[in-house]
Design a protein around this ligand. Structure first.
Ligand code: GRF
Length: 186
């Protein structure tokens, strides 16, 4: 049975958002941390917390074959909500349909601005005075699903993509657990 309050967090890298989600898990429970990169640093941290983990090298699998195996792992853990947190892989239409309306992502821009990669460089390039992050529902179109919450941060004189990334990341860590907690109750 899929229980909305049982959350799987999907990561590909360091997993700082995963960590924030785990540390603020009160309304929801982190039922699984899954990755398409068995060497992802965040997996080690999750294991050290005693959290269940699952990983499979997506390079060795066809896109949909990987997604079907991951979906089975989510069901094995009675997951009902999927939180992408730096999951650097585009999900197959099959997976998006199978979990429709139940997949969230955090994106480092004020959507609908700057979908895709290099958001901080693009915000600086445009001369914006505000940036931020957004949590949205995942659909087949990249970074285009319903926005559930946003947090703004100022862009300061002398900011580089790296300094802006750090400021936005701190906002991500506060926003994502809050939006996820609200989402699993709706
Ligand atoms: C974050 O910037 C997030 O917005 C984006 O990928 C990055 C993941 O970082 N989707 P982390 O692995 O959570 O530290």
């Amino acid at each position: 049975m899929r229980d909305p309050k049982r959350v799987a967090i999907l990561i590909s890298g360091r997993g700082s958002n995963m960590r924030a989600l785990v540390e603020h898990a009160k309304i929801y429970e982190v039922a699984l941390v899954a990755s398409n990169k068995p060497s992802a640093a965040g997996l080690e941290w999750a294991r050290a917390q005693g959290l269940p983990t699952w990983s499979l090298d997506s390079k060795a699998e066809g896109k949909e074959a990987f997604d079907r195996k991951m979906s089975q792992a989510l069901d094995d853990h009675q997951v009902g909500t999927v939180a992408l947190a730096g999951f650097m892989r585009i999900l197959s239409p099959w997976f998006v349909d199978e979990w429709r309306g139940r997949i969230l992502n955090i994106h480092p821009s004020l959507l609908p601005l700057y979908r895709g990669l290099d958001t901080h460089a693009r915000a600086l390039e445009a001369g914006d005075s505000i940036s931020g992050c957004s949590v949205h529902i995942v659909t087949e179109e990249l970074d285009a699903g319903e926005v559930l919450g946003r947090a703004e941060v100022p862009i300061e004189a002398g900011d580089t993509p790296a300094s802006l990334e750090q400021r936005v990341l701190a906002a991500e860590h506060a926003l994502y657990p809050q939006v996820l907690s609200e989402f699993v109750q709706r």
